[in-house]
Design a protein around this ligand. Structure first.
Ligand code: SAM
Length: 242
C-alpha cells in the first residue's frame, strides 16, 4: 500500500522487513535527492563515465532520480547503473512517481530488467545482493558510486556487515563515494574496519546522512565521524567482529 511521505512523494511499507522503503518524515523524494543523489553527483560529475551500484532497487527512486539530476545538470558523459533486488514489485510504473522521473525507464526495467539509450545503461540483477556483489568481485568490476540504501542495519543486518563492506571495498575505485542514510554505530564500525572513512553530512530540513570514502574529504557541511570516540563511548563495539 502506498504511503504519502512528508514531501508528498509516495513510499511503501514492506511487510517482510516491517519497514518503509523511505523515511516518511524526511520524504521519499527529498531523502533520495539530498542524502544520495546530490552528494554522489557532486563528487563524481567531472568524470566522463560514471558507474553506479544502487543497493537495492526497491521503488527505483535512487536510479530514476540520479538519471534525472544528471540530465538537469547537463551531464555529458555516460552512466552505467547496476541494481540488485531480491523482490522486484510488479508494475511499479503504474504508481504516482514524482513528475521529474522518466517512467519509460522504469517500464523497461520492470519488463526486461534493463534499459539502454545513447548515454545510459541500467541493469537490474534479480536475486540476493550479496551473490550479485560476489560476482562483481570475481569479475573485478569497480564502481564510482554506491547508494547503500538497504533496509536498516537492525532489520537487514546481512547488507551492512563487516564481510559485506569488505566486498564493497573490493569493488570501489580509489575516489569512489558511498552514500547512506544510516548512522548506526556498529555499521559505521564495520565500514571503518573494512577501510572506509565516514563523514556526517548535515542537511537543512531533513535528518543527517553519511558519506563513506577511501580518501579524505574536505567539503562544506561534512564532519568526519570519530570512530575511536564511538568505541570509547560504546565498548561493546570492540570484538563484535572477532
Ligand atoms: C529500503 S528498500 C530500497 C529503496 C530503494 N533504494 C528506492 O530508492 O526505492 C530495500 C530493498 O532491498 C530489497 N532487499 C532486501 N534484502 C535484499 C537482498 N538480500 N538482496 C537484494 N535485495 C534485497 C528489498 O526487497 C527492498 O526492495
Amino acid at each position: 500500500m502506498e504511503i504519502i511521505t512528508r514531501d508528498s512523494s509516495f513510499t511503501i511499507f514492506n511487510e517482510t522487513f516491517q519497514e518503509c522503503y523511505h523515511s516518511t518524515n524526511d520524504g521519499a523524494y527529498n531523502e533520495t535527492l539530498y542524502k544520495h543523489v546530490i552528494p554522489a553527483f557532486n563528487h563524481i560529475k567531472n568524470k566522463q563515465h560514471i558507474k553506479i551500484l544502487d543497493i537495492c532497487f526497491g521503488l527505483g527512486y535512487n536510479t530514476l532520480c540520479f538519471l534525472n539530476h544528471a540530465q538537469e545538470n547537463l551531464y555529458q558523459g555516460t552512466i552505467e547503473i547496476h541494481s540488485p533486488e531480491i523482490n522486484l514489485i510488479d508494475n511499479l510504473y503504474t504508481y504516482k512517481y514524482p513528475k521529474a522521473f522518466d517512467l519509460n525507464i522504469l517500464k523497461s526495467l520492470c519488463k526486461t530488467h534493463s534499459y539502454k539509450d545513447k548515454k545510459t545503461n541500467v541493469f537490474l540483477h534479480i536475486g540476493d545482493a550479496r551473490d550479485t556483489i560476489r560476482r562483481f568481485v570475481q569479475n573485478n568490476l569497480k564502481f564510482d558510486i554506491i547508494f547503500q540504501d538497504a533496509f536498516s542495519p537492525i532489520k537487514n543486518k546481512k547488507l551492512w556487515s563487516y564481510e559485506y563492506f569488505k566486498d564493497l571495498y573490493k569493488i570501489t575505485k580509489k575516489d569512489s563515494i558511498i552514500t547512506t542514510y544510516s548512522l548506526n554505530s556498529s555499521m559505521l564500525y564495520s565500514a571503518f574496519l573494512a577501510g572506509f572513512k565516514s563523514y556526517k553530512l548535515k542537511h537543512d530540513t531533513i535528518k543527517d546522512s553519511v558519506i563513506m570514502l577511501k580518501n579524505t574529504l574536505n567539503v562544506d557541511n561534512t564532519k568526519e565521524i570519530d570512530i575511536n570516540n564511538k568505541i570509547r563511548v560504546n565498548k561493546s563495539l570492540i570484538g563484535i567482529y572477532d
